[in-house]
Design a protein around this ligand. Structure first.
Ligand SMILES: Nc1ncnc2c1ncn2[C@@H]1O[C@H](COP(=O)(O)OP(=O)(O)OP(=O)(O)O)[C@@H](O)[C@H]1O
Length: 712
C-alpha cells in the first residue's frame, strides 16, 4: 500500500513527482504571486489560507433495510442472525443490516483537492454526508486541524463546512443575483455592513463566472450555471472546507472541466480544503487532483495520489493499458454488474491484466468494453474483491491516527481547543428579525412571480367572467334564492380547493429547499414560517379578489357595497384556511404521490361533511363538519347576502311564500330553507381559527419532520 500523502508529504515530494497537468492556465497565479506563496510555505505551491485539515479514520456506518415480498423498504427491526432472518423472510418481511461505510480512513489538507471515485452505490455520498455533519455514523473518528470532533461539534460544523449536494434546489423565479444576495443576507454576520455583503455577492459572481447570467431567473439558466450558483451560495460564508457531491454530473465535458478549474483555483489561490466525488473524469481532470480515494461497496480500495494509483493496480496485475484513461480503467476494475457476479460463482476466468496492452488505444477501448466479464474475475475472485482485499485498511487508519497525534504534538495545542471555540459560537449568524425580514422579501419576490403569472390572471378573470355570465343579474326574488346560494357554493369550493392544492403542490419543492438551507444553518424554521405566512398572503389573495370583483357585480348578487366587501372577506379567509390545510398536508406527507391521495380524500371529505350534499350526517361523524372551511365560508356569505326579506314571485320555490301575508319570505325562512347554520360572526371566527390553528399545526409537523439524509 503506498503511503497516504499528508500535505507535508505532497509538498516535500513535489519536486520528485511527475509534473501533474494543471487545470489552470499556466500563468493563473502570476509569477510574483506564485513566488510569494512558495516563500511563505516552504516551497509548496499550495496556500494554507482559509482551509482546515480534515482527517477521518475507521468510519463505519450501517443501515437497516426492511426486505419484504414487495421489495426493499427502510425499516427498523434488525434480524439478529441469518437463521432468524430466513424465518422472518418466510413470514413476509425481514430487516437486514447493510454496511454502507466499512472502516473508511483518509485525509484532506488545505489547498488540495481530494477526489472520491467509485461505482454507483460505493459510498461516495455517504462519506460526504458523514464528513459534512449531515449524517450520523456508527463508529470512527473525525478530526479537524488536530482536534477530534464530537457529535455536538459536528452539528455546529454544518455552518463551517460547505456541502454542495447533487441536486441544485432553488426558487426558480429568483435571479442568480437575487439567490446569492438573499443567501448573503441570511448567512453572513449581521455585523457586516450591507455594502460589504453586496460586494461579496459581486465577488462570487465574478469568481464563478456568473456575470453573464446574473440577472436571469434561475429556471432559465444552464445546468453548469446552476451548479455554479449552488457552489456560489455555499462559498459566500467563506467556508474552510468545501465538499461537493458529483458537481460535474449532468454537465458536458467542457462545462465539467471549467467547473473543475474553478475548484482548483479555490484550492490553490484561497487554500480551501476540497473534497469532491466524481464520476469518470477526463485524464486532465484526473491527474489534476491532489489525492484520490477509490471506493467499492463502502470500502476504500485506494487512497493516495492519482499517479500512484496506477502503480498500485499495476502491482496487482491490473495495469492500465497505454493510452487508456486512468479513471475509466479504475472504474472498469470496480464496476461489476450482477450478471457477471453470477458468472463468477460458477466460472473462474483468469486474466493476467497486462496481456491487453497492445498499444492501440481505440481498439483497446472497444475490446475492453466487450470483455468486461473477463476482467472481472481473477482466480475466482472478482477484481473488485481483489482490490478490496489488497488495501490495508488498518495501516491506513493507523497512519491517519499518527498524523493526528503528530499534529497535536508539534503544535503543542490543548486538546479540544477547536471544539470549545466552535461550541461557543452562536447557532445563527443573523438575528431572528433579520432572518424574518430577508425571508419576507425573498418570499414576496418569489410568490409575486410564481402566482402573478399571466396564466393565473387569465384563469381568475375568465372564471369570474364565466360565473358572471352564468349567474347574470339575478333579480332579488324567491326564484333566485337557490341560484344565489349556488353562486357561493361554487365560489367557496373552487377557491378553497385551489388554495389547498396550489399550497400543497408548491410545498414539496419549497420544503426541500428549506431542508437544504436549514441544514447549512441559514435560519430558524420559525422565521421562515412566519415570513411565508405574512408575505405570501397578499399574492395568494389577489386572484380570488379579481374573481370576486368581476363575478359578484356581473351576477348582481347584492348591490350593497359593504356586503360585497363582507362576502369577499369571507371568501379570502376561506382561501387562507384552505392554504393552511394544504400546507399541513404538505408538511406531514413527504411523498408527493401519497400526499395527493390524502389531499383528494381530505378535501372531498371536508366538502361532503360540510352538509352540502348530505343533510342528515350520522352523529358519530358529524363533528368532522367543524373542520370544513367550505361550510363556514358558505354559511357566512349567504347570511350576508340575504340581508332583507325576499319578495315572493309565485314560483313556489319557498314554502314560506305560500302563506305569506306580506308577499315576502323572511331572512330566517330563507336561511332555514338553505340549511345555513350559526351566526355570521361564529362562521367568520371559525374560518380565522382554522387558518391560525391549522397553520400552527403545519409548522409543528414541519419542525418534527426530519429531512432524511437523502432528502436534499
Ligand atoms: N439511509 C439509507 N438506507 C438504505 N440504504 C442506504 C442509505 N444510505 C445509503 N444507502 C445505500 O448505501 C450505498 C451507498 O450509497 P451512496 O449514495 O453513498 O453511493 P454513491 O457512491 O454516492 O452512489 P452514486 O454514485 O450512485 O450517487 C447504496 O447502496 C445505497 O443504496
Amino acid at each position: 500500500m503506498p503511503p497516504i500523502p499528508t500535505p507535508q508529504m505532497i509538498d516535500d515530494s513535489s519536486s520528485n513527482q511527475m509534473p501533474q497537468p494543471s487545470l489552470l492556465p499556466d500563468d493563473k497565479l502570476g509569477t510574483s504571486a506564485a513566488a510569494d506563496l512558495e516563500k511563505g510555505l516552504g516551497g509548496t505551491t499550495h496556500t494554507t489560507r482559509g482551509g482546515m485539515c480534515l482527517r477521518w479514520a475507521r468510519i463505519t456506518k450501517e443501515v437497516e433495510i426492511k426486505e419484504g415480498s414487495g421489495g426493499l423498504i427502510r425499516g427498523s427491526i434488525a434480524a439478529s442472525t441469518p437463521e432468524s432472518a430466513e424465518e422472518l423472510k418466510k413470514k413476509g418481511t425481514v430487516t437486514v443490516k447493510k454496511t454502507i461505510l466499512n472502516g473508511v480512513s483518509g485525509a484532506a489538507a488545505p489547498g488540495e483537492i481530494l477526489a472520491l471515485m467509485g461505482p454507483s452505490g460505493s459510498g461516495k455520498t455517504s462519506i460526504l454526508d458523514v464528513l459534512s455533519g449531515r449524517s450520523s455514523y456508527d463508529s470512527g473518528m473525525i478530526n479537524l486541524d488536530g482536534d477530534n470532533v464530537t457529535d455536538k461539534v459536528m452539528k455546529k460544523l454544518k455552518k463551517k463546512v460547505a456541502y454542495v449536494k447533487q441536486n441544485d434546489l432553488f426558487f426558480g423565479h429568483l435571479t442568480v443575483r437575487d439567490q446569492l444576495t438573499y443567501t448573503a443576507f441570511l448567512r453572513l454576520p449581521s455585523s457586516l455592513p450591507k455594502a460589504q455583503k453586496v460586494a461579496e455577492v459581486d465577488r462570487i459572481i465574478k469568481q464563478l463566472r456568473l456575470a453573464k447570467c446574473a440577472d436571469t431567473p434561475i429556471n432559465m439558466i444552464s445546468g453548469g450555471e446552476r451548479k455554479r450558483v449552488n457552489i456560489g451560495s455555499e462559498l459566500l460564508t467563506d467556508p474552510a472546507i468545501i465538499l461537493l457531491d458529483e458537481p460535474t454530473s449532468g454537465l458536458d465535458s467542457t462545462s465539467a472541466v471549467a467547473l473543475m478549474r474553478i475548484l482548483e483555483s479555490l484550492a490553490r489561490e484561497e487554500g480551501k480544503t476540497i473534497i469532491t466525488s466524481i464520476h469518470q473524469p477526463s485524464s486532465a481532470v484526473f491527474f489534476g487532483f491532489d489525492k484520490l480515494m477509490l471506493l467499492a461497496d463502502g470500502n476504500v480500495v485506494y487512497f493516495g495520489t492519482p499517479k500512484d494509483s496506477l502503480e498500485h493496480v499495476k502491482k496487482l496485475g491490473l495495469e492500465c493499458p497505454a493510452g487508456y484513461n486512468a479513471a475509466d480503467h479504475h472504474m472498469d476494475l470496480l464496476v461489476v454488474d450482477s450478471a457477471i457476479d453470477e458468472d463468477v460463482e460458477q466460472d473462474s476466468f483468469i486474466d493476467n491484466g497486462t496481456q491487453q496492452n497492445n498499444g492501440d488505444a481505440s481498439g483497446l477501448v472497444h475490446r475492453r468494453r466487450g470483455e468486461t466479464g473477463r476482467r472481472q474475475s481473477v482466480g475466482g475472485t472478482t477484481t473488485k474483491q481483489k482490490l478490496i482485499n489488497s488495501w490495508d485498511q488498518e495501516a491506513a487508519a493507523v497512519q491517519v491516527e499518527e498524523e493526528v497525534k503528530a499534529q497535536y504534538e508539534s503544535s503543542g495545542r490543548r486538546l479540544n481547543r477547536q471544539q470549545s471555540v466552535i461550541m461557543t459560537e452562536k447557532s445563527f449568524n443573523t438575528t431572528w428579525w433579520t432572518q424574518y425580514t430577508v425571508l419576507v422579501h425573498r418570499s414576496m419576490k418569489n410568490s409575486r412571480s410564481a402566482i402573478f403569472t399571466r396564466l393565473n390572471l387569465i384563469k381568475a378573470g375568465a372564471i369570474g367572467l364565466m360565473c358572471g355570465l352564468l349567474w347574470f343579474q339575478m333579480p332579488y326574488t324567491e326564484l333566485t334564492v337557490f341560484d344565489r346560494s349556488s353562486y357561493y357554493f361554487f365560489t367557496m369550493t373552487f377557491w378553497v380547493f385551489d388554495a389547498m392544492f396550489t399550497a400543497y403542490m408548491a410545498f414539496p419543492l419549497e420544503r426541500s429547499i428549506i431542508f437544504k438551507e436549514r441544514s447549512s444553518g441559514a435560519y430558524r424554521l420559525s422565521a421562515y414560517f412566519m415570513a411565508k405566512t405574512t408575505s405570501e398572503a397578499p399574492a395568494r389573495l389577489i386572484l380570488p379578489a379579481i374573481y370576486m370583483i368581476i363575478s359578484y357585480w356581473m351576477s348582481g348578487v347584492n348591490n350593497n357595497f359593504s356586503i360585497f366587501i363582507g362576502s369577499t372577506i369571507c371568501c379570502l379567509l376561506s382561501v387562507l384556511a384552505g392554504e393552511s390545510i394544504g400546507l399541513l398536508l404538505g408538511a406531514s406527507v413527504l411523498d408527493v404521490e401519497k400526499g395527493m391521495v390524502v389531499m383528494t380524500v381530505v378535501s372531498l371529505g371536508l366538502m361532503v361533511i360540510g352538509g352540502f350534499f348530505v343533510r342528515q350526517v350520522p352523529y358519530w361523524i358529524a363533528w368532522l363538519g367543524y373542520l370544513s372551511p367550505f361550510k363556514y365560508s358558505y354559511n357566512s356569505s349567504v347570511q350576508l347576502v340575504f340581508d332583507r326579506p325576499v319578495p315572493c314571485d309565485g314560483s313556489g320555490v319557498l314554502a314560506a311564500c305560500g302563506n305569506s301575508a306580506s308577499g315576502t319570505a323572511s331572512v330566517q325562512d330563507v336561511l332555514d330553507f338553505l340549511g345555513v347554520q350559526y351566526s355570521t360572526g361564529f362562521n367568520v371566527g371559525m374560518l380565522l381559527l382554522l387558518f391560525v390553528v391549522v397553520r400552527v399545526l403545519a409548522f409543528v409537523a414541519l419542525k418534527n419532520k426530519k429531512a432524511g439524509e437523502r432528502a436534499n
